[in-house]
Ligand binder design. Structure first.
Ligand code: FMN
Ligand SMILES: CCCCCCC(=O)C(=O)O
Length: 334
């Protein structure tokens, strides 16, 4: 496992990635749409919530184990689909897949990967992978991707529904960001990714989806969309059945997660698990597969630390506690 006294947090990894990447590539990965209001809100909004910790709880034996659909996992931190890893590291997605496997993280492959979907799955071995695809007007093309993903051993398809058109990314325009010729790849391939409202979540349920990822695409599509953590509660409540926190389908979230406290808050607000995008890219750019694994392990260790300090020894105990995370106004009213 990669260890470095200088690289203790995701923010440390972002600083290392800035050194490793060209300005244009860093701008492409880090940037959001337009004024980047949503991009900023994604991280900031976690500070709107406080962890109302318990004391006098037995946290001697702690477990972060959980499940995503049929997969039993040792922790609830997955890798979000992000495109073009060949810009961040010479081994591209193969390094990311190896890092995710080393950290036992479920990974969602981007349909705009710079490595074929078959090669990625082969590299992952038994580590579970889902395949992301966009909504293409060419149905035959979509079907051929779906068939390839099935044949390769992907266990779910993640349909990104927040991309009817590309967001207005000013960093890319200012830097003249263009994909190098040698990376243009069309490895194109039902969980929906990009839901932010209760009514859309219910419509997705009616369409028979098996899961929902609350996401605003890392602030790269509609600027002024709400922070994912703010939208999470609305979606969770919509798909919530009864008063015992039984969900008709799991709800995950991504966007702005940079530490274990953020993950704890998302779980407490009803998420089955979380996915991280840019932090994985920072690990990849800084130290390849070891960097990816290290970033994911940092997040897992921070989650464990938060669970101990908050008096919640299991993921279920976080999700079952109705009041372990509260909006900060809770304290203003008292
Ligand atoms: C560089 C980059 C590329 C992305 N590519 C894709 C993609 O190919 N497909 C997709 O569904 N989402 C894509 N996303 C969105 C991520 O899956 C995810 O929603 C977002 O990165 C989460 O926010 P975070 O980066 O703050 O963790 C991309 C995001 C970034 C930053
Ligand atoms: C024409 C290439 C589309 C790649 C989309 C990648 C993506 O979702 C992103 O946010 O960037």
């Amino acid at each position: 496992m990669y260890r470095d006294r200088e690289l203790l947090t995701v923010t440390d990894y972002e600083c290392a990635a800035i050194q490793a990447l060209s300005d244009a590539d860093y701008g492409h990965y880090s940037g959001g749409a337009d004024d980047e209001v949503t991009l900023g809100e994604n991280t900031r909004a976690f500070n709107d919530y406080m962890i109302r910790s318990h004391c006098l709880r037995d946290v001697a034996s702690l477990s972060t184990s959980t499940s995503f659909l049929t997969h039993s996992l040792s922790h609830p931190i997955g890798v979000a689909p992000t495109a073009f890893h060949g810009l961040a590291h010479e081994q591209g997605e193969l390094a990311t897949v190896r890092g995710a496997r080393a950290a036992s993280s479920l990974m969602i492959s981007s349909s705009w990967a710079t490595t074929s979907l078959e090669d990625m799955k082969k590299e992952a071995g038994e580590n579970p992978m889902w395949m992301q695809l966009f909504v293409y007007t060419d149905r035959e093309l979509t079907q051929s991707i779906v068939r390839r993903a099935e044949a390769a051993g992907y266990s779910a398809l993640v349909l990104t529904v927040d991309y009817p058109a590309r967001g207005n990314r000013l960093a890319d325009k200012r830097n003249g960001f263009e994909l190098p010729e040698h990376l243009k790849s069309t490895t194109l391939p039902v969980i929906v990714k990009g839901v932010l409202r209760a009514d859309d979540a219910l419509e997705a349920l009616r369409c028979g989806v098996k899961g929902i990822i609350v996401s605003n695409h890392g602030g790269r599509q509609l600027d002024s969309a709400p922070a994912s953590i703010h939208a999470l509660r609305e979606v969770v409540e919509a798909v919530h059945e009864g008063k015992h926190r039984l969900f008709r389908v799991p709800v995950w979230m991504d966007g702005g997660i940079r530490n274990g406290r953020d993950i704890f808050k998302a779980l407490a607000m009803g998420a089955t698990g979380v996915f991280v995008g840019r932090p994985v890219i920072w690990g990849l750019a800084a130290h390849g597969e070891c960097g990816v694994a290290h970033v994911l392990n940092i997040l897992k260790e921070e989650l464990e630390q938060t669970m101990k300090l908050a008096g919640c020894p299991t993921i279920e105990s976080i999700r079952a506690a109705n009041d372990i995370v509260v909006h900060k106004t809770f304290y203003e009213r008292r």
